[in-house]
Design a binder for this molecule. Structure first.
Ligand code: ADP
Ligand code: NI
Length: 215
């Protein structure tokens, strides 16, 4: 099993060598570590959790013309090339397909303990100190302003609106980051999310105080 995991790590590192900072190898490594932490109390299948965590962003649809099939396909082709069992490949592909926040706008057709573990781990990387850093990195990449008091966050967005928003980065906290805590599926994920959520709330308090030039 460790051999399959090591080969996958090498494949992901090579493939993501030029990825942007929000979805680089270090994001994958954090999600992989967090998934292992969560799985200590969930007892989902170790190999499926590891492979899905490692391969979940192998091809982000945002950077592939919105095609949400490329990621699972690419992951599946790689796993087949190193002779992983078809049943395992199938599970990993389903998890990747169902993982993204955008996927949660659609109908939920698949669920598993392994998906819950990896999804919680991926969502945890979008909140807390790392989540804040990733949001501003993404905003900078898209040339967004930090904050604009005139532009209010949109709390209910369709999948299209979410994909095409050009709102300030602070709005993203209200449109996504502060909502993630309540979407956690596992007990350990919930506990970790609460702590990171509270950190974001105190970050926002400080942000607005500084914005107003308060002493
Ligand atoms: P993930 O890889 O966690 O499924 P996404 O691909 O949606 O999530 O986003 C990657 C990172 O970029 C996340 O940390 C997310 O919060 C951030 N991000 C996505 N959309 C925006 C946005 N409109 N403004 C700021 N940050 C964003
Ligand atoms: Ni991710």
């Amino acid at each position: 099993m460790q051999d399959i995991i090591n080969q996958t790590i090498n494949f992901v590192k090579t493939t993501l060598a030029d990825a942007e900072a929000g979805h680089d190898w270090f994001h994958i490594e954090r999600v992989y570590k967090t998934a292992k932490t969560i799985n200590k109390t969930e007892n989902a299948d170790t190999l499926i959790v590891a492979l899905a965590a490692l391969l979940h962003d192998i091809a982000d649809s945002k950077f592939n013309g919105g095609d949400e099939e490329i990621g699972p396909q690419k992951a599946g082709d790689f796993l087949a090339s190193i002779d992983v069992q078809p049943e395992i490949i199938n599970e990993v592909k389903l998890i990747i397909k169902n993982l993204s926040f955008k996927a949660s706008f659609g109908e939920i057709t698949y669920s598993s303990k392994e998906l819950n573990v990896v999804q919680d781990a991926d969502r945890l990387d979008a909140i807390g100190a790392i989540g804040i850093a990733r949001a501003f990195t993404y905003g900078g990449f898209k040339n967004r302003v930090l904050h604009d008091p005139e532009i209010k966050p949109k709390l209910q967005m369709t999948k299209e609106e979410y994909k095409n928003t050009t709102a300030p980065t602070i709005n993203h906290f209200y449109e996504k980051l502060l909502l993630l805590k309540d979407l956690m599926k596992t007990q350990t994920g919930k506990t970790m999310a609460q702590q990171r959520h509270d950190f974001m709330l105190s970050y926002l308090d400080q942000f607005y105080a500084e914005w107003e030039g308060k002493k």
